[in-house]
Write a protein that binds this ligand. Structure first.
Ligand code: URA
Length: 211
């Protein structure tokens, strides 16, 4: 089985992504755009959330009103540090979600993922996980994060990124064919340093102005 890749090609997402790619876009603007895009992406990723019906009273009548089913608990897991840029906007839409953090950095020469922090909500086995990281480049980091999350047997895992490289998608599929990927775009390829082309540069540096 191969996990599907959903490209969220909504015009607002595409426009904002293009602004984020632009080298002249300031740190403050980049951060604001990522927050806005993260809400639009979350809107699509949560499209299949189940609803239940509850009786409510409007000013004029009672009705059976659709509400999110409360047993569908979510946890958003951010791969630090760039994942924080997606996390904040998503939490605005889903404030009841619990949050986990995985600290992974790419070893500069091998591009392998090295873990330095790991904390998930205690009841992960009762939750659906939305793992977030803006860039799916080599896929090493996302694969390592899902490896670790699976040790805790969550009900379901989805992976959300902003940009994906074909190499990263293939690598991720190979290891986690059961985890669907959601992204705003699939770019051309990786460069020799493992950066996505044309990409947007280093998402963490663009987000926090560290370069
Ligand atoms: N991480 C980034 O921030 N950018 C890339 O292009 C690849 C990995």
């Amino acid at each position: 089985m191969s996990s599907p890749v959903t490209v969220i090609d909504h015009p607002l997402v595409q426009h904002k992504l293009s602004l984020m790619r632009h080298t002249q876009t300031s740190t403050a603007k980049f951060r604001q755009l990522l927050r806005e895009v993260s809400m639009l992406l979350a809107y699509e990723v949560t499209r299949d959330l189940p609803l239940k019906y509850a009786e409510i009273q409007t000013p004029l009548a009672t009705m059976q009103a659709p509400m999110l089913a409360s047993d569908k608990k979510m946890a958003i897991v951010s791969i630090m540090r760039a994942g924080q840029g997606l996390l904040d906007g998503i939490l605005e839409l889903i404030p009841s979600a619990r949050v986990g953090h995985i600290g992974l950095y790419r070893e500069p020469t091998t591009h392998l993922a090295v873990e330095y922090y790991f904390k998930l909500p205690h009841d992960v086995e009762h939750r659906d996980i939305l793992l977030v990281d803006p860039m799916l480049a080599t896929g090493n980091t996302a694969v390592a994060a899902v490896d670790r999350i699976k040790e805790f047997n969550p009900r379901d895992i989805k992976f959300l990124c902003l940009l994906a490289a074909p190499e990263g998608i293939a690598h991720f599929h190979e290891h986690h064919p059961d985890v669907p990927i959601y992204t705003a775009a699939i770019d051309d390829k990786l460069d020799e340093h493992g950066y996505i082309l044309p990409g947007l540069g280093d998402a963490g540096d663009r987000l926090y102005g560290t370069k």
